[in-house]
Design a binder for this molecule. Structure first.
Ligand code: AHM
Ligand code: MG
Length: 344
């Protein structure tokens, strides 16, 4: 492109050229995902002007109230990605069942999972939201895909990314070869490579957790956060800062930019109601874990590496602790010590 700027399309095609035998299907699929995110970005930007704010008056499979934009964004993703012939099926936070590609289109060899509008409690108050997606290979009968085909460990992802609809719209991507960030140039409608090779600093002094759940936390999480709060007056040799946007995309993006740790851990309230976590494995925790690990960070439930979990259901929830390596390691260590003592 003129003046040496690299568009996301050029970037993806150049990546494809490095893969022997690549057919271009994946490149083309990714381009459609990018188009869907641009469309959602446009809707989010226009907000009340085009009457997309507020409740949809429906609930999703998790029993959460859907916002109008949750429903519209989901539809944008389906319509933009269903026709190309690269996908066998899609699955989303907003749909109970998988979405096999309609019969009038050819079915392809990939599966797409997504959270079309993550952090949607922020929409009406005009705070950052995002889209999260993950691409898997369809290993079974791609002509007749079922929910079971999606139940692959995070280590099987071939691409993960998110779009962040913030002061500027950004797209952050990994295909297992590092993490790159692109900013949408609204004038030309293209994402431009602005953040090559994003890496998370191993050390940090910033943590993110919803402290309104403090009384339900397990002891290792409480221990970690107490130490952060005590700063130099406690066992840590530094003072910490705290942030909570309630939009995982914004939190992960901050961590990719300047380090930090994000926790949505298991807690007693969830346990009491038979819950297994807050965030969804297939279209929130796994793609974010892939990105974070590719950027040199770490991601765990506190007890296991998230990407190694064998999913048992499409909308499965998991505890999530991710970010700067040294801090996540410390929280994992606290879980280990706690569980060992409890077993003794
Ligand atoms: P959503 O997918 O329904 O928007 O929920 C996921 C969001 C995450 O982005 C965020 O980290 C978390 O829920 C916030 O939860 P809370 O409202 O408990 O702070
Ligand atoms: Mg979400």
């Amino acid at each position: 492109m003129r003046d040496g700027r690299i568009t996301i399309t050029q970037f993806i095609i150049e990546e494809q050229r490095r893969i022997e035998g690549a057919t271009g299907d994946f490149t083309s699929l990714l381009n459609d995902v990018v188009t869907a995110c641009k469309e959602i970005s446009n809707l989010v930007n226009h907000g009340a002007l085009i009457d997309v704010l507020g409740q949809a008056g429906t609930e999703n499979v998790q029993g959460e109230d859907q916002k109008k934009l949750d429903v519209i964004s989901n539809d944008v993703f389906l319509k933009t990605n269903e026709w190309s012939g690269h996908l066998a099926a899609m699955a989303s936070e907003e749909m109970e069942e998988i979405y096999p590609i309609p019969r009038q289109y050819p079915r392809g060899k990939y599966l797409l999972t997504f959270d079309p509008l993550d952090g949607s409690s922020n929409i009406d108050v005009n705070v950052s939201v995002g889209t999260i997606f993950s691409i898997l290979r369809c290993k079974g009968a791609c002509q007749d895909p079922g929910a079971g085909d999606f139940l692959q460990a995070g280590t099987e992802q071939i691409c993960a990314g998110y779009a962040l609809y913030g002061p500027s719209t950004m797209m952050v991507l990994t295909t297992g070869n590092g993490v790159n960030g692109f900013t949408l140039d609204q004038n030309i409608g293209e994402f431009i490579l602005t953040h090559p090779n994003l890496t998370i600093p191993a050390e940090t002094r910033e943590f993110a957790i919803n402290t309104s759940n403090m009384r339900f936390w397990e002891p290792p999480v409480k221990r970690y956060v107490d130490e952060c709060l005590s700063g130099t007056t406690g066992d840590r040799d530094k003072d910490f800062n705290m942030r909570w946007v309630a939009s995982m995309v914004a939190e992960v993006h901050r961590i990719l930019t300047r380090g930090g740790i994000f926790l949505y851990p298991m807690d007693e309230k969830m346990k009491a109601s038979g819950g297994t976590g807050k965030l969804r494995l297939m279209y929130e925790a796994n793609p974010m874990s892939f990105i974070v690990e590719q950027a040199g960070g770490m991601s765990s439930t506190g007890r296991e590496r998230i990407m190694e979990l064998q999913p048992s259901e499409l909308h499965q929830r998991v505890p999530v602790i991710l970010g700067s390596k040294q801090e996540v390691e410390r929280v994992v260590e606290y879980h280990k010590e706690h569980d060992t003592n409890a077993a003794a």
